[in-house]
Write a protein of this length. Structure first.
Length: 170
């Protein structure tokens, strides 16, 4: 989680890059990692940085229920949505941008999911909405990465990622 938070520029690094001071809302499509990510970000950021909160999205209601209980136990500020983003019948991007003010997205999806036209549209729109998108292990071939952590197998995309291809970066 430290590597993902650092790559998304959500925590101070040894370098001079400073995290944004605007409110941070992290979304996890798949919801499994948002609690750990938020805990890590808020623990490492200084008190002058606005605390991060989050949104977990998953199509499995039982996983969302478990995550909601765990976030309450750990004191993590997160909202939980049951939503099938693979089908995206109700425009998840607009919901996350308008209703939840999401600024960063963490994704650990399989190559099969990343190749779905609906997921492609979602990720492209995230980048177009000036969200920072961090993918773990697998990442879309239709977006151009802007930063990469080879050791942790993380790739970050942003508003400059559209129209590029992975080969342009590697």
């Amino acid at each position: 989680m430290r590597a993902a938070a650092t790559l998304m520029r959500l925590i101070p690094e040894v370098t001079s890059i400073k995290p944004d001071t605007k409110p941070v809302v992290v979304c996890d499509l798949g919801s499994g990692d948002v609690i750990g990510l938020l805990s890590h970000i808020n623990k490492l950021n200084s008190s002058d940085i606005v605390a991060a909160n989050g949104v977990g999205v998953d199509y499995d209601a039982a996983l969302i229920d478990d995550a909601g209980l765990k976030s309450k136990l750990e004191g993590v500020d997160a909202k939980w949505l049951v939503y099938d983003f693979n089908a995206d019948e109700n425009d998840i991007v607009t919901q996350l941008v308008t209703n939840h003010l999401v600024t960063h997205v963490f994704i650990y999806l399989t190559p099969k999911q990343l190749a779905l036209p609906t997921v492609r549209k979602i990720l492209t729109r995230f980048c177009g909405s000036k969200m920072v998108v961090c993918c773990y292990k697998y990442f879309p071939l239709y977006l151009k990465p802007v930063r990469r952590d080879l050791v942790m197998d993380l790739v970050v995309f942003d508003e400059t990622s559209q129209g590029g291809k992975r080969e342009d970066f590697f």
